[in-house]
Design a protein around this ligand. Structure first.
Ligand code: ADQ
Length: 727
């Protein structure tokens, strides 16, 4: 049976040492909690760190724990030494990536040695995966500790099925670019077939970083890198809804609630639950609560804040500082407002198991969740699920991923203590009916997209991505398809070969005038066109003069200016029909205006066309300007008989009756061709592809969705094919 191999920093079971003996315990934390409710019918293997340094991981008798973990818990341990934990986990993961990705760039310590350790440990994880993964298995890598693992696996097993999910935010480009090893991280992630994020913004930031740093475009969420397609998508993680929505009906939970309720009788309860982490906005929350008490004396001795904070990453400096700050704030507030019979804040610096936590959820009138940044935040969802049939108000940061799905909560800016205080007041005064209504709407959503739906959705998408990749593979002009093409070529006596120029025969260059053919290309075209059976047509949007210069002396046919000018081989240039250029006077100023408004872009004036190139402009600005420009251009085209062409990083306008497709159709009619090959790379070539006879070999450069029958990865691959035709 195929395995689903989950790879995460921590195993779902953690190993602890009590009085020299090793004990196995299910571990806490978002991922462990979330995935523990995965459909157990799947054969699941979990690879991760078991929670103790390698030095302490042997049983008393010296035996390894690996067999027990594998047999009893379906888990494979990755041994990490104390030193690796220091440099990899506390160092790179939690002192570089965690702060940077949560918008705390000043906390990030860029240290090459930590990065090296991150790389080494990622390789260790990848090796563990490779030891057990079979060809049919699905590998699902999780989170920021393992961002290099997808590519490390891919390098060894190119056909592996790999998904990756990031549980924390992916920051905006301006933040991400600060990381010295940013390109390596992106490349590492792009080794996955599917890269999932909690929220649309994170996916957008990732795509934008990929575009700006690796120069790779995306098309409908597909990113092509190193000849592979990866899909980027959004999967807002759900909770184990059944478990949390039924929590308050459990006898154990009710008993726990009963005793706590007696203690808190007469008080409105505000609850706060997190790991003690500087991203969670705990000091901000305390200040908000303090303001509530300050401005609303009527709530003094009437409310209690239960602050539950699980100790976390206590070895990292900023966490220790935070602990001190929180301790001090709590004692200040308690000292300032507390009375003999009332402690405003009850502080629990520890975690609680499910029943006790659920009892707290059940008791709370308000849950106060104020992270400064949070990938998702499951606590908010768990609380709302527990209050499926009751009141209870959720106050939630707009900077938590879950805020996108929980619009019925009271959303606040966590940096605004006044706003927190006023949301608390609103919550405490909200009619119960309204509370129930809001919770009902959120529950509807939570019950539908729970952890099971989330997991299935991700894994189904992974299958779909593979299907899309396969459909491209089928079209890839390689192996027997290529052999067939070569055989057909050899067998035929009248051959038409139509080749687009930029992006097809030569890669794109930053300045359009600098893309002259190199020697290799000239030689290739010379040999091909020297064969009397061939009519080789270079069909381009380029101007006649450039093509004349570039191909002087070659026995080629040429189509210039998108089909305005035609030059059958051995003949003179001729215009496809009488054309006017009057429209240019009207449109040139607009082109120049857009050039000025978009630094890095340029205007190219052709004989019968105007082009605005934005390849070298700042990509996001260029995309914005291009869509604005397109709107303007479209409003002119109808009246002036013009056509807007959208190429790769270029917008061009030309007379409507000038087109490459029209020119090519003339060539098609010219002879009884036995073999036709046409290659092109952009939108303009699609119409040409669609009008070719079925038997023609139409080749798109780049594996995009296309009318062409086949594709090749790059101009270099096309040249290789042409070289094989013209030995
Ligand atoms: P975390 O930062 O750990 O997870 P969160 O999603 O709020 O944050 O909590 C995960 C789990 O831990 C929840 O199921 C919760 O019940 C439990 N938990 C938290 N505090 C607890 C406490 N004091 N006592 C007992 N249990 C507690 C990371 C990201 C999040 C993302 C998750 C899942 O930082 O943004 O939601 O992964 O992807």
């Amino acid at each position: 049976m195929a395995n689903l191999i989950l790879v995460s920093n921590r195993l779902s079971v953690s190993v602890e040492k009590k009085k020299g003996k090793l004990e196995f315990k299910p571990s806490m934390g978002g991922l462990a909690t979330g995935l523990s409710s995965l459909d157990q019918k799947e054969s699941l293997l979990w690879i991760g760190w078991p929670g103790l340094p390698a030095e302490e991981l042997r049983e008393e008798d010296g035996e390894s724990i690996a067999p027990t973990l594998r047999e009893k818990h379906g888990s494979i341990p990755v041994d990490l030494t104390r030193e690796q934990l220091r440099s990899f986990y506390y160092g790179f993961c939690n002192n570089v990536i965690w702060p940077l990705f949560h918008y705390f760039p000043s906390y990030a310590a860029y240290d090459k040695a930590l990065w090296e350790s991150y790389r080494a440990v990622n390789s260790l994880f990848a090796r563990k995966v490779l030891e057990v993964a079979g060809a049919e298995d699905t590998i699902w890598v999780h989170d920021y500790q393992l961002m290099l693992v997808p590519q490390l696996i891919r390098e060894k097993v190119p056909e592996a099925r790999i998904g990756f999910f990031l549980h924390i935010p992916f920051p905006s480009f301006e933040i991400f670019r600060l990381l010295p090893w940013r390109n390596e991280i992106l490349t590492g992630l792009l080794g996955a077939d599917l890269i999932g994020f909690h929220a649309y913004d994170y996916a957008r930031h990732f795509i934008s970083s990929v575009r700006r740093l690796l120069g790779v475009e995306n098309s409908m969420g597909y990113v092509r890198h190193e000849h592979r397609l990866s899909r980027v998508d959004v999967f807002p993680m759900g909770i184990d809804y059944k478990k949390y929505s039924a929590a308050l009906t459990s006898r154990v939970v009710q008993k726990q609630m009963g005793s706590a309720a007696r203690e808190l009788k007469g008080f409105k309860v505000i609850l706060s639950v997190d790991r003690l982490d500087y991203t969670k906005g705990i000091p901000e929350r305390l200040r908000g609560y303090e303001l509530l008490l300050e401005h609303n004396p009527q709530y003094r001795e009437k409310v209690v804040l239960l602050l539950i904070a699980v100790p976390s990453r206590t070895k990292v400096h900023h966490y220790r500082t935070l602990k001190k700050e929180v301790d001090e704030l709590i004692s200040t507030i308690n000292g300032k407002y507390g009375t003999i019979g009332w402690v405003p804040i009850h502080y629990f610096y520890r975690g609680f198991h499910f029943e006790r936590l659920s009892a707290f959820y059940g008791l709370a009138d308000v849950l106060l969740v104020t992270p400064l940044r949070d990938g998702m935040n499951l606590v908010a969802k768990e609380f709302v699920a527990a209050h499926r049939d009751s009141g209870g108000v959720l106050i939630l940061s707009e900077t938590a991923g879950s805020a996108r799905e929980m619009g019925e909560a009271l959303l606040i800016n966590p940096n605004n203590s006044e706003e927190i205080a006023s949301a608390l007041k609103t919550a405490l005064e909200m009619e119960e009916e309204e509370q129930i209504e809001r919770n009902a709407v959120m529950n509807e959503r939570l019950s539908r997209y729970d952890i099971v739906a989330w997991t299935r959705d991700f894994l189904n998408k992974l299958v779909q991505v593979r299907e899309v990749q396969d459909s491209y593979l089928v079209k890839k002009l390689a192996g027997s398809l290529k052999e067939q093409l070569i055989a057909d070529y050899r067998r035929s006596e009248r051959r038409l070969i139509i080749l687009d120029y930029d992006g097809t025969l030569v890669p794109f260059s930053g300045r359009p005038q600098k893309a002259a053919p190199d020697r290799e290309l000239v030689e290739l075209l010379t040999v091909l066109s020297a064969d009397p059976a061939n009519d080789v047509v270079v069909a381009s949007g380029r101007m006649r003069d450039a093509m004349n210069d570039w191909f002087a002396g070659l026995d080629l046919s040429l189509i210039a200016c998108h089909g305005a000018w035609l030059k059958p081989k051995g003949k003179r240039w001729r215009l496809i029909e009488e054309l006017s250029n009057e429209w240019k006077e009207q449109l040139r100023p607009i082109f120049l205006l857009f050039k000025d408004r978009t630094p890095g872009s340029l205007v190219e004036e052709k004989e019968y066309a105007l082009a605005w190139h934005y390849r070298n402009a700042e990509p996001e600005l260029a995309a914005l300007r291009a869509s604005e420009f397109k709107d303007i251009l479209f409003s002119f085209t109808g009246d002036l008989g013009l056509d807007v062409l959208e190429g790769k990083n270029v917008l061009e306008i030309k007379p409507v009756n000038v087109s490459k497709a029209r020119a090519v159709s003339m060539w098609l009619a010219r002879d009884r061709w036995q073999f036709i090959l046409a290659a092109g790379d952009d939108n303009n070539d699609e119409v040409m592809f669609s009008q070719l006879p079925e038997s023609a070999y139409s080749i798109k450069i780049g594996p995009d969705i296309s009318e062409a029958r086949y594709y090749l990865d790059s101009p270099a691959h096309l040249r290789q094919l042409l070289a094989e035709l013209a030995p």
